[in-house]
Design a protein around this ligand. Structure first.
Ligand code: SF4
Length: 383
């Protein structure tokens, strides 16, 4: 029997938002085509822009082809908040993020950097690796907070090389003692600066810190619109507190940051029975710009899953690199115990880790149909 695949590029399986207009976005790009090309930062950026604009604007629209650049609804929503002067930077970022994982191009820096301010979380969600005591036991050394100095080193190297920086991975970012300073340090440096939070610690101070950082997207992780389902999935969480925090954030944004460009999203994991996107939209829709579900992947038992027969390459090896709180660089958070750890920052630069060994050998193995020789890729279905 063929193993069902987890298609990472399509993991946002249900999204509700104001309907962005593809036709007007394409007209905007068409009218500025020459100016966009002329504002490329360098020759490689110009080549990417030429291809991206050709894919979008020239010839008939082909049937969906991941090696051709396209503007999907959540990308259109991002594009609406981008100024004309930022279009070249944005399109280069988005092309590298969407197309390189399918054409298997590796350039000097990851298209997306996922930085973990802390690996500690106050929740024990049923679908999350935080339920694994091997990760959370203090004696195993996997729990900690990133220092502000290390964070600054990472941001300094990423600025100008990468537009997509997400603060989130194994832990809850707002639990990091230096998160306000981290947000302030990264503010204004990346066009796709994103943070994921369960909103439990989203008090007034944190709301201001987030809004002043001018992120492109804030994702509030919630999977239900009522109790007891919310706290059955988000174990140790409580819907009334999270709702109150998101309501306060919404009011602060509306009253004090009316021009904030941030896209807010409540996103849940589509886990099983009882969840409804209609109910989510009714409950959360007045407080955020988007409501969505992402497809469930069994993050909570990566290392116990059966060995499978998947041979297709994992796209994340060409899309993102994770940096844990202690500087460990890892290809993904499915491997949350860092079996595939590829180096440590700042002993090696992010660019060296991304382009060097063992990362390159992981990609070769995947391209050659030999992912079964890597653990835990041999138990994982991400492509
Ligand atoms: S475990 Fe391997 S196949 Fe799975 S997401 Fe990580 S790198 Fe990709």
């Amino acid at each position: 029997m063929t193993t069902p695949l987890y298609k990472k590029a399509d993991s946002l399986i249900e999204l509700r938002s104001d309907d962005p207009d593809l036709r007007s976005a394409l007209a905007r790009l068409s009218g500025r085509r020459d100016a966009i090309l002329a504002s490329a930062a360098d020759a490689s950026g110009r080549a990417i822009l030429a291809q991206a604009l050709a894919d979008l604007l020239d010839g008939p629209r082909p049937t969906p082809d991941p090696t051709r650049f396209a503007l999907r609804p959540h990308v259109l929503a991002e594009l609406q908040r981008i100024t004309d002067a930022e279009l070249a930077r944005y399109l280069v970022y988005r092309y590298r993020y969407d197309v390189f994982p399918h054409t298997h191009v590796v350039d000097a820096f990851p298209p997306c950097l996922q930085v973990e301010p802390t690996s500690i979380c106050n929740y024990r969600c049923v679908f999350c690796y935080q339920t694994d005591p091997q990760l959370t036991s203090p004696k195993n050394g996997q729990m900690g907070m990133m220092s502000l100095d290390l964070f600054k080193t990472i941001i300094d190297e990423a600025q100008g090389r990468c537009e997509a920086v997400t603060l989130a991975s194994r832990g809850e970012p707002l639990m990091c003692r230096d998160i306000d300073a981290m947000l302030a340090y990264a503010a204004g440096k990346f066009l796709a600066f994103k943070i994921n939070t369960n909103a439990w610690f989203l008090d007034e101070t944190k709301a201001h810190a987030l809004l002043q950082a001018d992120p492109s997207t804030i994702v509030f992780s919630a999977d239900a619109a009522s109790e007891p389902l919310y706290s059955q999935l988000r174990v140790h969480g409580r819907l009334d507190r999270v709702l109150a925090n998101i309501e306060r954030f919404h009011d602060i944004r509306a009253r004090q940051y009316p021009h904030a460009r941030v896209i807010t999203r409540v996103a849940g994991v589509r886990y099983g029975g009882g969840q409804s996107l209609d109910a989510m939209e009714t409950f959360w829709g007045g407080l955020v710009d988007q409501v969505a579900f992402v497809e469930y992947n069994p993050w909570e038992n990566t290392y116990e899953r059966p060995i499978n027969d998947v041979t297709a390459p994992c796209s994340d090896l060409w899309r993102r690199m994770f940096v844990w709180f202690d500087g460990t660089a890892n290809p993904c958070d499915v491997d949350y115990r860092s079996t595939l750890a590829a180096g440590t920052v700042p002993a090696r630069s992010l660019g060296e880790v991304w382009t060097g060994e063992p990362y390159a050998s992981y990609r070769r193995a995947h391209l050659d149909g030999r992912r079964s020789g890597l653990s835990p890729c041999n138990r994982c279905t991400v492509v």
